[in-house]
Ligand binder design. Sequence first.
Ligand SMILES: [Zn+2]
Length: 99
Amino acid sequence: MAEKEKAKGSSDVLDLEVVQAFHNMHPSQQKCPVCGNDDWWLLHDEKGNVSAIPWATSKGEVKAFGLPLLTFFCNRCGFVRQHFLDAFKAYMKELRKDE
Ligand SMILES: [Zn+2]
């Protein structure tokens, strides 16, 4: 239970509202820039954890954390599209205000 509550508040856990918001974006924002497909697969594990970019300094010191990402793959040509999760959530809220 405690683990679930912790996961809920974590910014690297996927929330279905964000995924739905992606699918509700304007069609021109959903098209793959390589092949024009608009069907994407989202990378996450069974608990809804998304991927992250590992953090390292310019001196090569690797830190034990990363920036959470939404990583989508075009299911036709394999093009990879990534959004920093927190910025994407903020953008989705901004779009909803305009509706
Ligand atoms: Zn594509």
